[in-house]
Design a protein around this ligand. Structure first.
Ligand SMILES: Cc1cc2nc3c(=O)[nH]c(=O)nc-3n(C[C@H](O)[C@H](O)[C@H](O)COP(=O)(O)OP(=O)(O)OC[C@H]3O[C@@H](n4cnc5c(N)ncnc54)[C@H](O)[C@@H]3O)c2cc1C
Length: 321
């Protein structure tokens, strides 16, 4: 099966989720695959994609692609697909991938598998499984007999595996005039460049159990000790205790870290929808009947104000050994 992978970059850095999709495509195809890389000043980044499985990189390096636009980026993918004529296209299920994939699929009149957590090739078809009912069940999905199969892969689920290999063939895409119907005028980044929960391997999250924003230092202490990103429930975001970028859940970010530590979070279904697929879940809650314990790998029943500082101390001591 011939694969084309849509690769995303931000601020001149390839996103890990795209490297995961690329590695997966290499694994499924059993050899190098093609990638498409849109943006401005991105040609220099193309080389490194070879280590993750790209044999050919189609580069769309244009001023008009400096900021994301659906039409511009879908246009780049379509142009690469026109040249490569792939059987399958993979994208990471990031905010951008979730925007590009359905638009591209609609252009081609085919369906797309969204947010898969497993993917295999069976008789020339992509077959995947994806979470449904807010993560309570998995559905097995495929694209039928579609001539072009498309899937988005959930970040942090598939490994990004680097291997040494030859340099990729780099092809510059000739795109016509790019006139997006909706234009991103600017991107505002928060002043403190915090680790993004969507990309983090370890997340420490706080919920209403922390009682008030003045108590974030208790959670931050553990977060720093673990080198983690800071997550939050919607309740504390709605209360204005922390910015929405930290929110995990159905209306926040979907995460799948190796370790998720939930402090004072009840485990409402909408929160579980965002973190239920984390590999190891540690829950700290004073209510033994809190629903978070149903998904937790390790549950600690008790007061977070006593447990979290001890946890942070123990992590620091273990790291110092
Ligand atoms: C359409 C919709 C979308 C939603 N999207 C999201 C979403 O994306 N993300 C999300 O998180 N929620 C979402 N919600 C809200 C969700 O239903 C819950 O209201 C929310 O997750 C609760 O947040 P919480 O666990 O912090 O607060 P609570 O439910 O109030 O839980 C606080 C927990 O802290 C514990 N606690 C209190 N004090 C301590 C202490 N000292 N030590 C230890 N534990 C303590 C309590 O036992 C309790 O379990 C959504 C809701 C709707 C309707």
């Amino acid at each position: 099966m011939k694969f084309l992978v849509f690769v995303e970059q931000r601020d001149g850095k390839i996103r890990k989720a795209s490297l995961e999709a690329l590695s997966l495509a290499r694994k499924l195809s059993g050899g190098p695959v093609a990638a498409v890389l849109p943006g401005k000043g991105v040609t220099a980044l193309a080389k490194d994609l070879a280590r993750y499985g790209a044999g050919t990189v189609y580069v769309a390096d244009r001023d008009e692609l400096a900021l994301y636009s659906t039409k511009g980026y879908v246009g780049a993918l379509a142009a690469a697909a026109e040249k490569e004529k792939p059987d399958a296209v993979l994208l990471a299920a990031t905010a951008m991938g979730k925007d590009v994939a359905p638009r591209f699929a609609a252009r081609r009149g085919v369906s797309a598998l969204a947010d898969v957590m497993e993917l295999r090739v069976e008789a020339g078809r992509l077959v995947g499984s994806r979470p449904v009912y807010s993560g309570k069940a998995r559905a097995e999905v495929d694209c039928g007999d579609s001539a072009l199969q498309i899937a988005t892969t959930r970040p942090n689920v598939f490994p990004a595996e680097a291997q040494e290999g030859p340099e990729p063939k780099i092809e510059t895409l000739e795109l016509g005039p790019i006139q997006p119907r909706a234009k991103v005028l600017r991107v505002e980044t928060p002043e403190s460049r915090e680790l993004d929960v969507a990309e983090a391997d370890v997340i420490v999250s706080g919920g209403r159990g922390i009682k008030g924003p003045e108590n974030w230092p208790v959670i931050r202490d553990l977060q720093e000790a673990l080198g983690a990103a800071l997550g939050a429930s919607r309740a504390v975001v709605d209360a204005g205790w922390i910015d929405h970028q930290h929110q995990v859940g159905q209306t926040g970010k979907v995460v799948s870290p190796t370790l998720y530590v939930a402090c004072g979070i009840s485990g409402a279904i909408q929160h579980l929808a965002g973190m239920g697929t984390s590999k190891v879940i540690v829950a700290i809650n004073k209510d033994p009947d809190a629903p978070i314990f149903k998904v937790a790998t390790y549950g600690v029943v008790g007061d977070l104000f006593q447990i979290v500082p001890e946890f942070a101390k123990a992590v620091r001591a273990a790291k110092a050994e």
